[in-house]
Design a binder for this molecule. Structure first.
Ligand code: NI
Length: 184
């Protein structure tokens, strides 16, 4: 497997609509394996094809694990998904704000509203159709990756333009908040 280069802003591919996946042969299998490896190495929870320089409606997503009482990751509680030609078929009206970052916009974080619950359909790595119903954080990751396939980035969806920080600013802000809670 190969670790692929992740393109960053202002790379033009990040702003383009991608092409449908039509060939599910060996070349695609290799690409998917490389994308999974690249996502894990980064590390990230999702990676879309334009981020590694390919104009394809293809992304990989790995959900967050469950943790035991000691805070250790419980093996086997991460779910890995390959989505080819995904479509969002339903979104809840209820939206939730959450913090997002992107491997193509390194060093920054922003607050984004996303639907609390979604339903999507997609094809797996072999072209078989499947449907998924996703909530909260999982829904957020999938929507972020599907946005990439349409040239949309989370910075286009900020809750306000002030709610965009460098990682250092965000960490400092969280520490300050924690401090003020203690002071109460
Ligand atoms: Ni991203």
């Amino acid at each position: 497997m190969t670790i692929l280069d992740i393109v960053t802003l202002p790379h033009e591919l990040l702003r383009m609509k991608t092409e449908p996946v039509t060939q599910f042969g060996d070349e695609l299998q290799q690409l998917i394996d490389d994308m999974i490896e690249t996502m894990r190495e980064a590390p990230g929870v999702g990676l879309a094809a334009p981020q590694i320089g390919r104009s394809l409606r293809l992304a990989v997503v790995e959900t967050l694990p469950d943790y035991d009482e000691q805070g250790e990751e419980i093996e086997g509680t991460r779910d890995l998904y390959v989505i080819a030609n995904p479509e969002v078929v339903w979104t809840s009206r209820q939206e939730v704000a959450g913090i997002e970052g992107c491997l193509s916009i390194p060093g920054y974080l922003g607050e984004v509203f996303r639907p609390e619950e979604i339903r999507i359909k997609a094809q797996d790595r072999y072209g078989r159709s499947f449907k998924l119903r996703l909530h909260d954080w999982d829904a957020r990751i999938f929507l972020h990756e599907i946005d990439h396939l349409n040239g949309v980035l989370y910075i286009d969806r900020l809750t306000s333009k002030e709610n965009f920080w460098t990682e250092e600013e965000y960490v400092a802000m969280m520490e300050e908040e924690r401090g003020s809670e203690v002071a109460k």
